[in-house]
Structure formats: structure tokens, C-alpha cells
Write a protein that binds this ligand. Structure first.
Ligand SMILES: Cc1cc2nc3c(=O)[nH]c(=O)nc-3n(C[C@H](O)[C@H](O)[C@H](O)COP(=O)(O)OP(=O)(O)OC[C@H]3O[C@@H](n4cnc5c(N)ncnc54)[C@H](O)[C@@H]3O)c2cc1C
Ligand code: FES
Length: 260
């Protein structure tokens, strides 16, 4: 059941130079892929996936991007934030070998999913990718789980993208389901190599209300809302979308085309 809580930041951990994890004490129950609307009662409120949650704590992992995320990342332990949620449809666990593909901060919602799939006895392979190695986050978290974890950055080693590395994994493994979160162009490229493998992707669209009222997160042409019917969509929904991998909308509703 969604709620609004005002919560003290219990702990802050740097995840490399570009992101931070914020830990809160809370008994809020969150499923993998769900998100919270976060504000410090200053300007704006933004959606953030729950990276980890166990019934006694919630962890958000936030990349420093624009003014809002930088302001939240500059908070101190003991500061208060408002958390509203949890919202959205979670990932659907499936039997068999699961391949999880994350790009940049998109790896955050995949941690809770990996933890739950692995503790249910499933085989889990995680591909974590970023443009630069400094942006590869949460590797140590996955290292503590019973999962196979590989990572790549486009500035080191073989310079593979996460999609190229996922392709290599699928050449040697029989994958039953693919879950992904990250830049939309990454997910569009991933979709192209999946053929008949079931998949679920976590979407990001501009969100104002987070509860299905304002329509700012609606996708074209079906109008499905990322905050209510998403943020996790499966093949059947994604194949009907004309904006997937092409554009999203900004705060005014104007189209912002993804740069290839
Ligand atoms: C379901 C969902 C889960 C998310 N989970 C995470 C997460 O776990 N970690 C993380 O670092 N980021 C996450 N984001 C992105 C986050 O909400 C912000 O977009 C991001 O922090 C940048 O905000 P900014 O205002 O600092 O940056 P800006 O420079 O102002 O914006 C950068 C980008 O963020 C987009 N953005 C700005 N405001 C919103 C908004 N209200 N709703 C959606 N997009 C917006 C802009 O369109 C732009 O593309 C998630 C977004 C969604 C929709
Ligand atoms: S954010 Fe308002 S309908 Fe989704």
C-alpha cells in the first residue's frame, strides 16, 4: 500500500565518484522494480527505484546528474527526506536462467531483483555496463549474492557495451528471460538481439504525480502510463509503443529525441 513517510537518512555511501546510496530505516514493503517519489520539500519531486529493501530498510542509489539529484546527493546523514510510494508494477519472476542487463544507474533496480531470484534458487547472470569505468556501480553488492556477475565499460579493456556483453553471454548460455534497466537506447538495442526470449524492461519517463493522474509519463500511442502500468513493461506492451527508443517527453510535454 503506497504511503508518504518522512525519513531520516541513516547512512550515505559513495558509489564511485558519480553516485551515492542513501540508506533509510523503514518497514515499507517494496517489490523489485518499484519506485518512490522523493523530495526534500525544496523544488521538485523525482522518481527513484528502490535498489534494496528488506522490510527494515530502504536503499536508494542516486546518480549525480542535474540540480535535483545533486542536491539530494549532497544531503548529510540525519537529514530528512520525504519518500512517497512504493509505486508501479514490479518485475515478474520467472523460472530458469535469468539474464539481468543494467546500464549506468539503471543497475539499481536490478539488485533487488537479483537478490530475490537468487534466494528463490534461480540461476542469475548479471551484466553491468557503463560508458566509463567510474560509472560502474554496485559491483560489490552483486559480489555478495549467489549470481554470476560480469561488467564492462566502453573506456577500458575490450570496450564492449552492455548489449554486446549480453550477446556474448547468450551465445554460451540458454537464457530463459531477460530483465533490463538503463538508457532507453541500450534497451532498444538489446530488444533487437533477443528474438523469442521473453523480456521485461524498466522505463523512465518524466513523472510529476507518480500515481496516474497527470498523464506526463504516458507512452505513445497507447497512453500506458509508466508510473502505473509500468515502470516495468514486457514484450507485448513494448512492441505496441511508437516512442520506445525514439523519444520521451520533458516537463512541458515536448518530445526529446534520444541521441544515437
Ligand atoms: C521509474 C524511474 C526510476 C528511476 N530510478 C532512478 C534511480 O534509481 N537512480 C537514479 O539516479 N535515477 C533514477 N531515475 C531518474 C531520476 O528520477 C531523475 O530523472 C534523475 O535523478 C535526474 O534528475 P535531475 O533533476 O537531477 O536532472 P536533470 O538534469 O534535471 O534531468 C536529467 C534527466 O532526468 C529527467 N528527469 C528530470 N525530472 C524528471 C522526473 N520528474 N521524472 C522523470 N525523469 C525526470 C530529465 O528529463 C532528463 O532526461 C529514475 C526515473 C524513473 C522514471
Ligand atoms: S506521473 Fe502523472 S500519470 Fe504518471
Amino acid at each position: 500500500m503506497p504511503e508518504r513517510i518522512t525519513c531520516r537518512i541513516k547512512r550515505i555511501v559513495d558509489e564511485g565518484p558519480s553516485a551515492r546510496s542513501l540508506y533509510f530505516e523503514s518497514d515499507m514493503r517494496v517489490l523489485p522494480g518499484q519506485f518512490l517519489m522523493v523530495t526534500d520539500y525544496g523544488e521538485g519531486e523525482r522518481p527513484f527505484s528502490v535498489a534494496d529493501s528488506d522490510g527494515s530498510r530502504i536503499v536508494l542509489t542516486i546518480k549525480k546528474m542535474g540540480p535535483f539529484s545533486r542536491r539530494i546527493c549532497s544531503k548529510k546523514e540525519g537529514d530528512l527526506l520525504s519518500l512517497r510510494g512504493p509505486f508501479g508494477n514490479p518485475f515478474t519472476p520467472r523460472a530458469g536462467t535469468a539474464l539481468l542487463v543494467g546500464g549506468g544507474a539503471g543497475i539499481a533496480p536490478l539488485y533487488l531483483l537479483a537478490r530475490e531470484l537468487a534466494s528463490a534458487g534461480g540461476r542469475v547472470i548479471v551484466v553491468n555496463g557503463a560508458r566509463v569505468a567510474d560509472d560502474l556501480i554496485l559491483g560489490a553488492w552483486f559480489g555478495r549474492l549467489n549470481v554470476d556477475y560480469v561488467e564492462t565499460s566502453e573506456d577500458r579493456g575490450e570496450r564492449l557495451t552492455s548489449v554486446q556483453l549480453a550477446g556474448r553471454v547468450m551465445e554460451r548460455e540458454k537464457v530463459s528471460v531477460v530483465y533490463a534497466a538503463g538508457p532507453e537506447l541500450m534497451m532498444a538495442a538489446l530488444k533487437n538481439i533477443l528474438r523469442d526470449i521473453p523480456y521485461e524492461f524498466s522505463f523512465e519517463r518524466y513523472m510529476k504525480c507518480g500515481v496516474g493522474i497527470c498523464g506526463s509519463c504516458a507512452c505513445d500511442p497507447t497512453g500506458i502510463r509508466v508510473c502505473v502500468e509500468g515502470p516495468v513493461f514486457g514484450r507485448e506492451q513494448i512492441e505496441k509503443l511508437s516512442d520506445f527508443g525514439v523519444y520521451k517527453r520533458d516537463a512541458t510535454g515536448a518530445r526529446v529525441y534520444f541521441k544515437k
